[in-house]
Design a binder for this molecule. Sequence first.
Ligand code: DGY
Length: 315
Amino acid sequence: MDKIFITRMLPDPELIEKLKEHFKVEVWEKSLPPNPEELLIKSKNCWGMLTMLTEKIDKDFIKKNQELKIIANMAVGFDNIDIAAAKKQKIMITNTPDVLTESTAELTFALLLLMAKRLPEANTAVFKDQWGPWHPNWMLGKDLKNANLGIIGPGKIATAVAKIAKSFSMKINYYGRKPKVNFPGTYMKLDQLLATSDYLSIHLSLNQETHHFLNSSHFKKMKKDAILINTSRGKIINQNHLLQAINSNDIGGAALDVTDPEPIGSDSPLLKMQKIFISPHLGSATQATRYKMASMAIDNLILYKTKNYCPNAIV
Ligand code: DGY
């Protein structure tokens, strides 16, 4: 039987049983991911792998795995994999699109609301005994109605975010490489989007073009009280520049579900900023969504084996 290595426990052991009907399966059961050496050892002679975004599948790894036919990545993003190298070696790569769209959009909106109403700051104030008698000017946040939500990267998650935002009567504008038919918002040039957004939400996939896509030159063009939200990938924002921008009050605050690196060290200066809220990469973190992601990755492995077909092939 061909061998599959799964780099982490999946949400439901039944999924692994399903895979075992077709393959010999080994699962990495520790909670920390395998390090590069361990990954190399475990992947040896594997026909396929089911990986997470924590596994760096680079040129060197691919070269050393000549037997490998498929990598099913349990994520919609695949910036952890050198796609060109995989293509060259004819390794099939699959991802898990669509099933996490709503969960990630909901998390994006949770962050937006949290920042608009200053909930992290307010909660800290309560714990620090700073909650005095009701005061007309204390802890004032921002409204959503008629506020401008700027979106960068008008993909599926951004579309779901825009739909939620519409129900709060926000005005939606967006920037992408080109205007997108049927996107529920108005296309703007990047500078115009930066200048007009009260909230700016990033929905780009990470690649060479988008690495540090947002830097100080952009932050300087934003409204002084604008809130930045990132639920895509940490490396899309130049974090040092973001820190400076918040310190110099170029923008009002940021909520980041993704950072560079991940996990972010507890000594990171980002964690000392009142105006930055960080959640630990929770976009797809619901029971139902993680089950669907794992199930999709498993189906790609089985279908490739039995029908030579992958519904979610990237290459
Ligand atoms: C993805 O799927 O790319 C997410 O970042 C993980 O939830």
